[in-house]
Design a protein around this ligand. Structure first.
Ligand SMILES: NC(=O)c1ccc[n+]([C@@H]2O[C@H](COP(=O)([O-])OP(=O)(O)OC[C@H]3O[C@@H](n4cnc5c(N)ncnc54)[C@H](O)[C@@H]3O)[C@@H](O)[C@H]2O)c1
Length: 466
């Protein structure tokens, strides 16, 4: 009996037939056997002689995420300090990790008033508060785990790099996607040569429209001056993944983009400043704050600055923060769609799109090579071999124990960072500062291009570290 063809396979085959008259049959992985595409190499993990001690600057969403690694693996990481202005967040972190009163502060500056008190500083403050604590921490000899975007300008990134070199610090940048099983596998497939030489890449970052409204219209990343252009604050992950997978420098970039929807000219008649103020269009508005935060469950309440998710408390929060504001009447200026064309060494082209107006999130990547191609969507990838006329599939869920936190990337990053710090070996960390800066340079240069109407920009070669 032939295997029944599943729906996805049938669609893939039909799509291929409709598109090109070529349908490559699937070679199934055998249960209990190594996957025919192989697996990424790993290094030998070693238990640290004692846990790495660290203090969290900014006990918000990301700070708590990284601290939860310490709660799960106390023999590897211990949180011994916290700087956080919101009292209940400060208190929650202190109680969870037994942080003594003298190592709790209401702002990052105070953490550096006294002598060095731990191995490393974890910087998870908002984007405009990365440079200050990073420079202060390096000055005092700490290692760093630094959230992206590294800083708000290329000059600031360079300052941090120079200081880290002077101090011999280990600095991990939270380009967490590099550590997820899916993207590690994608890189492995490219490095294995199975696709031949890579010729071009198409990469899509669909932000998902509610996520767009929450973070980039109402939230902390809505305004370039207070945060960064969205190409840095969101898509630096994607530029970083492209640079990492291709393994060679980007030479030229060009970018276009605009803010189309979330602007005052698009305000519907009858819209009030706040959604709860009797707005005439609220019931049908896809971005209604009442629909997202009150009637929509707790999916988007992680930036609520008071405890509790009861309706009265949510309405109180909406009444005084941007999260309750009309999406067409804010001070947001970051783009809701942007494209970047890139040319890497050897003439490899990459086309990237950030799209805010999608019904879905995640990433979609197509890699075209001289001997085959790859189509992936984070949940799976299909790898086609032109000569052998066959297709292999790799399903993420079958190869990963934990897909929480950026597809497993968050914890895998902390694991490698702890190894790098405890073994004084930065090579155990793929997203060290020098490597991570390359994608930031692409991003800042692409932004220059966009501001100039899409001019072709050459990446200044001498700018890169090393
Ligand atoms: N790596 C990723 O995939 C990823 C994902 C989301 C966010 N981020 C980045 O992580 C950082 C934090 O994002 P978040 O979602 O956790 O935001 P958040 O708002 O949940 O957390 C930031 C915290 O910093 C605190 N803070 C503000 N001023 C401070 C000060 N002076 N001193 C100390 N703390 C201060 C805030 O009160 C807040 O609790 C940002 O730079 C963001 O861009 C990275």
């Amino acid at each position: 009996m032939p295997d029944p063809i599943d729906r996805r396979e049938a669609l893939t085959t039909l799509g291929a037939v409709a598109g090109s008259l070529v349908a490559l049959p699937l070679v199934r992985a055998e249960e209990g056997q190594a996957h025919p595409l192989g697996a990424p190499e790993t290094y030998e993990w070693r238990r640290p002689a004692s846990p790495v001690t660290a203090a969290i600057m900014g006990a918000g969403s990301r700070g708590n995420g990284y601290a939860s690694y310490a709660a799960k693996y106390p023999e590897e990481l211990k949180i011994v300090g916290v700087a956080e202005p919101i009292p209940h967040r400060n208190e929650t972190m202190a109680v969870a990790h037994g942080i003594p009163a003298e190592q709790r502060w209401d702002t990052w500056e105070r953490a550096f008033d006294g002598p060095r008190f731990c191995d490393a500083i974890i910087i998870t403050t908002p984007d405009h508060l990365h440079y200050g604590p990073a420079m202060a921490a390096l000055e005092r000899g700490y290692d760093l785990l630094l959230e992206k975007a590294i800083a708000q300008s290329w000059a600031q990134c360079r300052d941090i790099f120079v200081r880290s070199q002077e101090r011999g610090a280990i600095v991990g940048v939270c380009h967490v996607m590099r550590y997820s099983p899916y993207f590690r596998m994608l890189k492995h497939v490219v490095d294995s040569g199975r696709l031949g030489d890579v010729v071009s890449v198409q990469h899509l970052e669909p932000v998902e429209h509610i996520h767009m409204s929450h973070s980039f219209v109402r939230g902390n990343w809505r305004n370039t001056a207070e945060s960064n252009p969205i190409l840095l604050s969101k898509s630096c992950h994607d530029l970083d993944i492209l640079r990492w997978i291709l393994g060679r420098p980007c030479r030229r970039v060009q970018s276009f983009g605009s803010l189309s929807v979330f602007r005052s000219e698009m305000k519907p008649a009858g819209a009030t400043l706040r959604c709860a103020d009797g707005c005439a269009v609220e019931p049908g508005c896809p971005f209604s704050a009442l629909r997202i935060y009150v009637r929509g469950g707790d999916r988007w309440l992680h930036h609520k600055d008071t405890p509790g998710h009861d309706e009265a408390s949510i309405l109180e929060w909406l009444s005084r923060t941007n999260y309750g504001r009309c999406v067409y009447q804010l001070d947001n200026d970051v783009l809701d769609h942007q494209t970047v064309n890139m040319e890497f060494d050897g003439g490899i082209t990459a086309a990237f799109s950030m799209e805010g107006l999608t019904s879905y999130g995640g990433r979609r990547t197509r890699i075209m090579g001289t001997r085959g191609d790859l189509v992936g969507d984070e949940k799976r990838m299909d790898v086609y071999d032109f000569s052998r006329r066959e297709r292999h599939e790799w399903v993420t869920a079958e190869h990963a124990e934990d897909l929480s936190g950026h597809g497993g990337g968050d914890f895998a990053l902390v694991r490698d960072w702890v190894q790098a710090v405890s073994r004084r070996d930065e090579s155990l960390l793929t997203s060290n500062l020098a490597a991570s800066m390359e994608s930031h340079l692409i991003g800042f240069t692409a932004e220059e291009s966009r501001h100039e109407g899409g001019t072709l920009k050459v990446i200044p070669e001498g700018e890169l570290p090393g």
